[in-house]
Design a protein around this ligand. Structure first.
Ligand SMILES: Cc1cc2nc3c(=O)[nH]c(=O)nc-3n(C[C@H](O)[C@H](O)[C@H](O)COP(=O)(O)OP(=O)(O)OC[C@H]3O[C@@H](n4cnc5c(N)ncnc54)[C@H](O)[C@@H]3O)c2cc1C
Length: 351
């Protein structure tokens, strides 16, 4: 059974199935509603129900309090229709958003490579090409009741028949352990996407700074390959942090890109590399490397931060000390449902 869902102030009416969340219906129709954790925990997706009835699903009582339910509010990531609905949402008009509809895809794993001791590269050839903006992510469905996990696409949109994911093993993590230990070439998989609002604001036409840590390199890699391929002519800098040299993947590729493109600068930073190793690059964390590389002055840039929450917090603080402010900083945190329950930075609204 399906219902009509009208989204104001757009005035657009779409179809929503019984048991489908408001957020899922909107994203599949190419309408972006702000959201973050997707588990009813963070309240980023709170909307007003102007008409109709919803079932609140797994919305937590902290993210959606009783008085808010009484006022007709709901969390779009969990709320499901019980009648035709009219909702009022904050729709953010972004000139750089392509608003590509979310779709389900099937494909086959063509190869799995060990990129570092903790990161596997997984290539999936899709039965039908996926349209996405560089920087976006997909949900990969994993077998055995594990469910789906989010992974950023590491390949550029031009290679849309085969997507590359770079997956870091999380100790004790069900999904990433499956990928590292059991997934094999030839396996059929399902992905859903594209998701996310993490993409380059090309229309601003200003210098771009990427700050990435760990497997947070995926989105920046896709974005950088995309920018360079289309001849983006402003300076592009990648500051990429890992613990040690053996964890630094695609290092030679980025060195080669910096040779070929005068507007691309690559600054690798190692935080725990042994002193005697002969590493001549920066030693320390990503935010420290960026501070030195930019002489603590980030004015005029747009910065894109991707990686674990602690790295992102440190980078935001460094950028702000260097005179770059919230409106020019974009983040993609690798949060899980468990992370989302922790206190979030008051400095930032998640994208
Ligand atoms: C938008 C987005 C994009 C992402 N892109 C990538 C990517 O490109 N590559 C990639 O490797 N990962 C990426 N992640 C993170 C990835 O989804 C998680 O690592 C994954 O969900 C962990 O799944 P799991 O089943 O192994 O762990 P789970 O079994 O779900 O969790 C086990 C435990 O590990 C903790 N945990 C979960 N994730 C992490 C983490 N990243 N670091 C430390 N502890 C964690 C949980 O809180 C929990 O306590 C992304 C996450 C998001 C939200």
């Amino acid at each position: 059974m399906s219902y009509a869902l009208t989204i104001e102030p757009l005035g657009q009416t779409i179809e929503i199935e019984e048991g489908q969340t408001i957020l899922d219906a909107a994203l599949r129709a190419g309408i972006y509603l702000p959201h973050a954790c997707c588990h009813g925990l963070c309240a980023t997706c709170k909307v007003q129900v102007a008409d109709g009835e919803v079932e609140h699903g797994e919305a937590s009582s902290f993210a959606l309090m009783d008085f808010e339910r009484d006022e007709g509010k709901c969390l779009a990531c969990c709320a499901m229709p019980q009648s035709d609905l009219v909702i009022e949402a904050e729709i953010d008009e972004d000139p750089d958003a392509e608003n590509l509809p979310v779709r389900d895809f099937e494909g086959v794993v063509t190869r799995i490579e060990t990129l570092t001791p903790t990161i596997k590269g997984v290539w999936i050839r899709l039965d039908a090409p996926i349209r996405f903006q560089a920087g976006q992510y997909v949900n990969l469905e994993l077998p055995g009741g594990i469910g789906s996990r989010a992974f950023s696409i590491a390949s550029p949109p031009s290679a849309n028949g085969e997507v590359e994911l770079n997956i870091r093993i999380v100790p004790g993590g069900q999904g990433t352990t499956y990928v590292h230990e059991k997934m094999r070439a030839g396996e059929r998989v399902r992905i859903t996407g594209p998701y996310g609002r993490f993409f380059v604001k090309k229309s601003a036409h200003v210098p771009v700074l990427f700050m990435a840590g760990g497997s947070g390199l995926s989105s920046p890699r896709s974005m950088i390959l995309d920018l360079l391929a289309e001849g983006f002519d402003r300076p592009i800098t990648l500051v990429y942090g890992q613990r040690s040299r053996d964890e630094l993947y695609y290092h030679d590729d980025f060195l080669a890109l910096a040779e070929q493109h005068p507007n691309f600068r690559y600054v690798p930073a190692l935080s725990h590399e042994p002193e005697a190793s002969g590493w001549t690059g920066f030693r320390g964390f990503v935010h420290e490397a960026a501070k030195v590389a930019f002489d603590n002055d980030f004015r005029g840039h747009k910065a894109y931060l991707c990686g674990p929450p602690l790295m992102i917090e440190a980078c935001i603080s460094t950028l702000m000390q260097g005179r770059l402010f919230e409106r020019d900083i974009y983040t993609e945190k690798f949060i899980s449902a468990a992370d989302a329950q922790q206190v979030r930075s008051p400095l930032f609204k998640a994208l």
